[in-house]
Design a protein around this ligand. Sequence first.
Ligand code: PLP
Length: 430
Amino acid sequence: MTRSLHPETLALHAGWRADPATGSVAPPIYQTTSFQFESTDHAASLFALQTLGNIYTRIGNPTLDILEQRLAALEGGAAALVVASGQAASALAVQNLARAGDNIVSSTDLYGGTWNLFANTLRDQGIEVRFVDPADPQAFARATDDRTRAYYAETLPNPKLTVFPIAEVAAIGRPLGIPLIVDNTAAPLLVRPFDHGAAVVVSSLTKYIGGHGTSIGGVIIDGGNFDWQAQAARQPQLNTPDASYHGAVWAEAAKPLGPIAYVLRARVILLRDLGPALSPFNAFQFLQGLETLPLRIERHCTNALAVATWLQSRPEVTRVIHPSVQTGEAKRRADKYLTHGFGGLVGFELGCGRAAGKAFIDALKLFYHVANIGDARSLAIHPASTTHSQLSSEDRAATGVSDGYVRLSVGIEHIDDIIADLAQALDAAA
Ligand code: PLP
């Protein structure tokens, strides 16, 4: 265990110190489905949560546990739950508080997959998602009613790349008993949402945390900083007896284990019943990725800033979308929250619209054309014809995707090579 609060040290050490049995420095991959009980009494106490320990890998596993401790330490949270994808993390994070008849209020500035989940799948499950424009934090208050269970947002949402007003919206929810869930996928280490009042952080591990583009995963982190009992009627899933777990009232039952009622329920109810477990092998991959995250993020930020600056000098680029070029309220938020760098994403618009955007993407040679962000390699996509193509044109406009919009996830290659590829593709698309 390390007492350091420095991310560079936590990324390498938190949650693990040489295997006591073998001395192995690298965390072992416990590729097992189940764990032998010491006795029937031991088994009973594990199932009753009197003892915390390993039962079955769908609910928990020692390799996953190391990753969970490391991610919780990096975000400054109390405990974490890793799951099979970022999508699973977002879905479970909401379902852990809201059930049929309830609602949440969400920022409109969302990843397209989360938008689909909220606008369609959760709605079909009876959970209404009320979308509001985060430009006005008070819009969250206006959309709230007695059945509102959570607020939801992304720290640095693409394509707009306008930082979400975390502290402002968290402060609206707290007195009402409404936690703010923040998807921090695009800004790991750059923003720590708990420092600004968020109660829950979710992330797709698939992106910067893995970095190598080999594995899909997600995490839900409990800030341990939210009083779920202060407005008990607001959070029935944590404050009323749970018939599926011996009548446990989670806000009470979790107390001996720490301020982890939220994430404990997500594990022992939702992960148990819905089953999106992360494989131990993928957890190992994420642990490898995490070790270099602080170094990579620095390089992503400097390269992306250089790309944004260079794009502004190109005549065919009508608009550059990057926190460094924002003005007004967006700039104020970038200055307030992005004190460690602007992240690795850059958007830009080509005046000639859809055809030019597609021609540019087709001409790229170094950048990969993929539906991903956060890889160590540079990536690009034309959202209007891919990730955002299912959205109605009205919804697409709300998310900030125009026909000529191109999204870059700037990698950690040499900046001269990155810019050379962009230059030849812009020339080819002209
Ligand atoms: N959240 C954000 C901001 C994302 O960009 C993504 C994926 O692109 C997700 C969540 C979903 O993550 P995953 O692809 O790991 O399911």
